[in-house]
Ligand binder design. Structure first.
Ligand code: PNS
Length: 160
């Protein structure tokens, strides 16, 4: 049986931090299902379909990576996908509390599901989708923080 992990997130937009977790996750798992949350409550820059496509392009069609959109509870999606490991990146102490609560809530909802954390590489610990969005919106340069296709998509979105 191939070992697959679920790597969920908002990915609005995908960053090099996300890509680094995907690449490193692939050293531990045979495949990853990247799960993009459809969250109607959140004001998004890119639609979920655009984010999923940006992720697919960014992994260069790597057959080990499947990108899917999900809505509702993560544990339900994991059950549906028959995957019981959730992979999350951990940047700084500030991430810890939220991630700790989420992992425990998910374990309460489904004790079969384990969350595995990978420390973000030192080059990426300060990158977040939110900052990338803000900086790009305000005309700052996010070269090196996001994959080339995301950089193009951001330029297209914000260039007048
Ligand atoms: O990239 P993000 O925004 O930190 O990802 C958060 C995500 C998508 C992993 C999380 O919000 C999620 O799993 N949402 C689905 C709803 C859910 O299962 N909630 C209960 C767990 S707290």
């Amino acid at each position: 049986m191939p070992r697959i992990a679920l790597y969920p997130g908002s990915f609005d937009p995908p960053t090099n931090g996300h890509l680094s977790i995907i690449q490193r996750g692939l050293k531990m798992f045979d495949g990853l299902t990247v799960a993009v949350l459809r969250n109607p409550a959140k004001d998004a820059l890119f639609t979920v379909e655009e984010r999923a496509e940006l992720l697919r392009e960014a992994v260069n069609g790597d057959p080990r990576v499947t990108v899917k959109v999900f809505e509702g509870l993560l544990v339900k999606f994991a059950e549906q996908e028959r995957v019981n490991t959730v992979l999350r990146g951990l940047r700084a102490v500030s991430d810890f509390e939220y991630e700790f609560q989420m992992a425990n809530m998910n374990r309460k909802l489904d004790p079969e599901i384990e969350t595995l954390f990978m420390m973000t590489g030192e080059d990426y610990f300060y990158i977040s989708s939110r900052f990338v969005r803000d900086v790009a919106r305000l005309g700052g340069d996010v070269t090196g923080l996001v994959p080339a296709n995301v950089l193009r998509a951001l330029k297209k979105r914000f260039d007048k």
